[in-house]
Design a protein around this ligand. Sequence first.
Ligand code: BGC
Length: 321
Amino acid sequence: MLAIGIDIGGMSIKIGFVNERGEITHRFRMAVLKGVSQGQIMKELGDLVNAEIEDAGLHYSDFIGVGVGCPGSINTLTGRCDFSPNLDWHDLDIVGMLSSSIGLPVRIANDANAAMLGEAMFGAGKDFKNLVLLTLGTGVGGGVYIDGKLFEGNEGKGGEVGHTIIRLGGRQCSCGLRGCFETYASASALIADTKKAMKKNKDSKMWDYVHGNIDTVNGATAFECAKLGDQTAMEVVENYEMWLTYGIVNFCNIFRPDAVILGGGISGQKEYLTRPIEEKLAELHYGFPMTPKVRILVSKLGNDAGILGAASLAFEKVQNQ
Ligand code: BGC
């Protein structure tokens, strides 16, 4: 049996046909163009999925269902995207529209909640029962897995650890509040902090790294130059990891996970990211005396975490029925 995993992002929607072993057997994508209405995007998405099923020579009976991961405030009871600041979508009936156009059962979840389930089913979380996932991207997505089950909370809107406030009156967040974890620990925050440090330190190696063009700074710039021993870059990375670690300490105390999985582009830094956090966490005795070690892992599903996470929603629904 196959599931259709739909990973909705700010620039594009990635879709995959996924088998029960978590392998993507067919993949395609659709651009999310500015100025196209949210309803039109859903219509085009449904039409595209139908066309791809036909082109691949498959039948609707080959599919168990469709899973959708979408950023923002997703109501899993109504199947609607109530609000997605990153996409500027409001009150969109995603499950209603896709289930009537595709004709298969559709389950939706917040993108990071879906990615959490995907890691637990097919990725770095396979061997654990208690997990927290952080996706370090434009924002910080959060997913929580408790006692072998995805925790979704009321209306499925739980797990938004990126919006826990770690600094009173701190940086302005897209959610409207200030001082959210994601304003310090997202890739966007790292990029902004890197640029700020570069402007202050004109002799930083980071300028050579980006060939003098600050607009090309990305989430890897500071990490790569820190590896070359550049002092400014090292400070940017240390500061970034400090915020990340203190956020993680809070999540350790609340959820006491076996492991925290880091996803998103920055997780490509692997042990350069995880080792300092693990060391600092050990120094902080994982947030509370006499509590067990919390491992820091990177996503195994990488760029496919969104598609596989979404597909896992469809598989899990069937398992639990
Ligand atoms: C949103 C979350 C989302 C995360 C990752 C945050 O800005 O508020 O809902 O999971 O970005 O896309």
